[in-house]
Design a protein around this ligand. Structure first.
Ligand code: NAI
Length: 258
């Protein structure tokens, strides 16, 4: 059976994407726009779509860790554009340090953005989607949220919390026909990874580091932001209409996670 693109259910719908100025977030916004979705793109810095048709993409500067800001932008999107069908949690911060070198502020910042931020946007959308009895939410977590990594205990914990939160929300929203899924990227070529790549080099990220118990990337390449966007769009779309509470690893096999 062949599936035509028109079965995706994306065209003409409204989406809200956090972290829309970043490497993965902006790729997701671009992919949604290409499918005819109208997008509210927000980030703590201005997303790079300000010059586009304001009827198709609205750029908003907001802090995902502040629930009042998130509630206000969701309410405004509904007010101006009608029902919101899709939500994508992409905003995130990375801080690497051993546990003994992790200070209070870094721990709190990781959880404020990576975990509370996911709660804030998902809760605002859940309240709305329950009344609509349709909708789909995807959280971009990390493969570091599913496997222990040296120097990533705090980051991995914040992502693991966001992932389980999203899957639990999927259980609560299933009776309302709303699906919630997780995409867990591995090393992806974006500004977030740039520091790590400059330090370690692409080859050694791909080769792995046995002394740190990292196996490397079996597919022998980094992910491109577009790879992550493809997985997110699939899970948002009607093509994934019977998939919820799932976690899809897009990491070239790096975590040996099925
Ligand atoms: P990025 O640094 O390019 O993008 C992250 C975006 O989140 C930035 O535009 C930043 O301004 C925004 N942001 C941070 N704090 C915010 C806040 N309080 N409110 C609103 N926006 C905020 O990084 P990238 O790579 O695009 O990351 C996207 C997501 O993917 C993140 O959640 C990250 O943890 C996750 N990820 C990335 C991987 C990678 O190798 N690049 C690997 C695994 C997961």
């Amino acid at each position: 059976m062949s599936l035509s693109r028109s079965l995706s259910g994306l065209q003409g719908e409204v989406a809200i994407v956090s972290g829309a100025a970043g490497g993965i977030g902006s790729a997701i916004v671009s992919a949604l726009l290409a499918e005819g979705v109208r997008v509210v793109a927000f980030d703590r810095v201005m997303p790079p779509f300000a010059g586009h048709d304001a009827d198709r993409v609205r750029c908003v500067v907001a802090d995902v860790s502040q629930s009042t800001e998130v509630n206000a932008l969701v309410a405004r999107a509904i007010d101006e554009w009608g029902p919101v069908r899709f939500g994508v949690n992409v905003a995130g911060v990375l801080h690497t340090a051993s546990v003994v070198d992790t200070d209070d502020e870094s721990w709190q910042r990781l959880f404020a953005v990576n975990t509370t931020g996911v709660f804030n946007l998902s809760r605002a959308l859940a309240r709305h989607m329950m009344t609509q009895r349709r909708g789909s939410i995807v959280t971009v977590s990390s493969n570091a949220g599913g496997v222990p990594r040296q120097g990533m205990a705090a980051y991995g914990a914040s992502k693991a919390a966001a992932a389980l939160f999203t899957r639990s929300l999927g259980l609560e929203l299933a009776p309302f026909g709303v699906r919630c899924n997780v995409v867990a990227p591995g090393s992806t070529r974006t500004p977030m990874l740039a520091g790590m790549l400059a330090e370690q080099g692409v080859e050694s990220v791909i080769a792995g580091a046995p002394e740190q118990f990292k196996i490397g990337i079996p597919l022998a390449k980094l992910a491109e932001p577009r790879d992550i966007a493809e997985a997110v769009l699939f899970l948002l779309s009607d093509r994934a209409g019977h998939i919820t509470m799932n976690e899809l690893y897009v990491d070239g096999g790096a975590s040996l996670h099925g």
